[in-house]
Design a protein around this ligand. Sequence first.
Ligand SMILES: [Zn+2]
Length: 49
Amino acid sequence: MIHYCEKCEEYTLKEVCSKCRNKTVNRKPARFNPNKNYAKERLKVKGFL
Ligand SMILES: [Zn+2]
């Protein structure tokens, strides 16, 4: 489960932020969508070839 510190705006695996000791919330990192990155990489490779 991935946790998110809203104060530091950082993702962590801990329930309490290691930086500010703030309680983190459960959240999936939208910006790290593997399918999106994969598609982007494929396009990049295709254009390169
Ligand atoms: Zn924090």
